[in-house]
Ligand binder design. Structure first.
Ligand SMILES: [Zn+2]
Length: 175
């Protein structure tokens, strides 16, 4: 993987052409004029597992990447947002359900196609209000039995969580 493919060509502080410097074996974009260092990190995202008996709540993505495929309610954190609050916010925006976060399931590394590394924090949540209704960037939202999931399920992280919950037939797109 080319770690520097998302490096700024020009320094965002002073406009000089960015250079490179090794730091502990890791190549980092560095500005030779003002010393600005660009630290490249995965983008943090949060997802919520909502259960209703043997069912789990999934949303169908409206926009690329992976439009038309299904995921847990999930999204990227805002800059100053608490990660659990972000999970509850995304659930509300995408499903119309008011959610209380009850615990943490896992922290998983994944990739948002084509090449954006993501750190996905997965929570358990409980529905405390609202009406199920697809909103925001979801085309559909629904409850699905773990042994009868819709497909394809987008993203290896979301497929892994569904398998953790006991789903055996987690389909992804043919590749
Ligand atoms: Zn600079």
């Amino acid at each position: 993987m080319d770690r520097l493919r998302h490096a700024y060509p020009l320094c965002p502080q002073c406009g000089a052409a960015m250079g490179r410097r090794e730091e502990g074996g890791v190549p980092r974009p560095v500005c030779p004029a003002c010393g600005f260092i660009q630290y490249l990190n995965p983008s943090p995202a949060a997802a919520v597992i909502l259960r209703r008996g043997d069912e789990v709540c999934l949303v169908k993505r409206k926009f690329p990447p992976k439009a038309g495929q299904w995921t847990l309610p999930a999204g990227f954190l805002e800059y100053d947002e608490d990660v659990a609050e972000a999970a509850a916010r995304e659930a509300l925006e995408e499903t119309g359900l008011e959610v209380r976060i009850t615990g943490q399931h896992a922290a998983l590394s994944g990739m948002l196609p084509p090449d954006r590394p993501v750190l996905l924090i997965v929570f358990h949540g409980e529905v405390i209000g609202g009406e199920l209704q697809a909103g925001d960037d979801a085309a559909e939202a629904g409850w699905f039995a773990l042994d009868d999931l819709p497909g394809p399920i987008a993203f290896s992280t979301h497929r892994r969580v569904l398998r953790d919950l006991g789903a055996r037939d987690v389909s992804k797109e043919p590749s």
